[in-house]
Design a protein around this ligand. Structure first.
Ligand SMILES: N[C@@H](CCC(=O)N[C@@H](CS)C(=O)NCC(=O)O)C(=O)O
Length: 219
């Protein structure tokens, strides 16, 4: 695991981790500098004694901000939102705010945990290797169908209007993973595909992308 100096925000992250990506986007949107601390999930560094002191469950991301040590992307994002209110991640309109929570939670609770590295590895080892991607696509597709319906009445340029909010931070990395990692056919999800393309135009999202991270492989 990489180490470094002590007085800036530190983000424990893995380049390909969608949960880390959400937090990287928020840090970029809020203009916060941070030190990148790579945790190699393929080498099992998330389970090392050094990292489990920071996050006992052994998942990235984790954020260190002075004496605050925090894990779990949702908690980190809500913390950042209160501590660093520039570029708000939530709209002031209550209904739109609630839709942001709902959309974020579809990704956070009903999609990502079912296609996490540990779950896919378990399926590969205990069910069969061919089921790995099929399982991931089934659960991503189910969540995307719900998101496509939910957001059709709220979307503008982005998920809940013409500004980027919390729902977008959850959607962007999940859409990239679905398309690039799992090869999901997006023809049933035209709105989500349009959002994926819109996110690709934004520097805060581009700079948070997996391939731009210091621990991404060079080729
Ligand atoms: N609810 C947590 C989930 C974190 C999570 O699943 N992280 C994945 C990467 S996206 C991980 O560290 N996986 C390692 C493993 O499964 O061993 C969050 O949103 O931060």
């Amino acid at each position: 695991m990489a180490t470094g100096n002590d007085n800036k925000l530190k983000l424990y992250s893995y380049w390909k981790s969608s949960c880390s990506d959400r937090v990287r986007i928020a840090l970029n949107l809020k203009g916060l500098q941070y030190e990148y601390k790579a945790v190699d999930l393929l080498k099992g560094e998330q389970l090392s004694p050094e990292f489990t002191k920071i996050n006992p469950i052994g998942y990235v991301p984790a954020l260190v901000d002075g004496d605050v040590v925090l894990s779990d992307s949702f908690a980190i994002l809500l913390y950042l939102e209160e501590k660093y209110p520039q570029h708000p991640l939530l709209p002031s309109d209550l209904k739109r705010k609630a839709i942001n929570y709902q959309a974020a939670n579809i990704v956070y609770s009903s999609i990502q945990p079912l296609q996490n590295i540990g779950v896919l590895k378990y399926i590969e080892e205990n069910v069969c290797a061919d089921e790995r991607v099929a399982w991931a696509k089934t659960h991503i597709g189910k969540g995307f169908a719900a998101l496509e319906k939910l957001l059709k009445d709220y979307a503008g340029k982005y998920a809940t209007g013409d500004e980027v909010f919390l729902a977008d931070l959850f959607l962007a990395p999940q859409l990239s993973a679905a398309i690039k990692r799992f090869g999901l056919d997006m023809t049933q999800f035209p709105l989500l595909l349009r959002l994926h393309e819109a996110y690709g135009e934004l520097p805060a999202f581009q700079n948070a992308a997996p391939e731009k991270q210091p621990d991404a492989p060079s080729s």
